[in-house]
Design a protein around this ligand. Sequence first.
Ligand code: SAM
Length: 260
Amino acid sequence: MPHPDHEKNRAAWNEMVGIHYDHPDYRTKEFLEGHSKLMPIERSALGDVRGKTLLHLMCQFGLDTLSWAREGAIVTGVDISDESIRRAEQLAREAKLSAMFVRSDVLDLIGVIDGQFDIVFQSYGTYMWISDIQKWGKVVGHYLKPGGVFFIADTHPARPMFYDPPISYFATSPDRATGVPDYCDRDYKIKNELVEWQHPLSEIINSLIDAGLTIEHLGEYNKMYYAEESDWVRGSDGYWTPPSGPTPYPLMFSLKARKR
Ligand SMILES: C[S@@+](CC[C@H](N)C(=O)[O-])C[C@H]1O[C@@H](n2cnc3c(N)ncnc32)[C@H](O)[C@@H]1O
């Protein structure tokens, strides 16, 4: 039985993905010219991926998935959005890269694809769309080979405490929004409802430990993977900070864990 709020997000992402695909911030054109979409944090954490199998959860239209494929990984991308998967498959054909893309809710993935992977990867705008982090951890653990690596880089769960108005670090009810601006094209107001959940870092870490993973590294950063406001400044490493300079609180975290 599909999760009703995840289905709302599916409709919203189906609405948004075309905007992102064509938006200069996503650099789809540059990717097709040979540029990689990967950022320094995940590159240095995962190193040489040649010949490794990689499962990318919540991959949108596959720019990062296909960037890993270009680095030599054998990739599978999963996303809940039909339009994301359609565009990911189209992008793989255009880029002449081999990849498998699967449409599924990440929480319903077990049984949809077979096998286990050397790497499970997730990045930049993902866990807040998941209603049940404990169940998500089980999916990650299920698809990792023993000794396999899970890596995530994303918004730090403390970040919403510094929004105006703030969101509690321990909020248990999801945040529901309609008519919010798209994060690339701020003139476009998203018609479908978006439902986001707040998950403390302890919840994320403990779900992975409970799923049989050992945490190897936790990173915290006062820079962001996108411009939260149009006046944010992009550094030479590709990450963004407010015009006033680095924040006194974390904007992103990263986590590397290994299946026992
Ligand atoms: C910010 S995007 C992906 C991040 C990637 N770094 C990017 O920008 O292309 C978030 C993605 O999560 C997907 N998503 C949201 N909820 C999901 C769910 N329950 N299961 C699988 N994918 C989901 C959306 O469809 C969207 O493509």
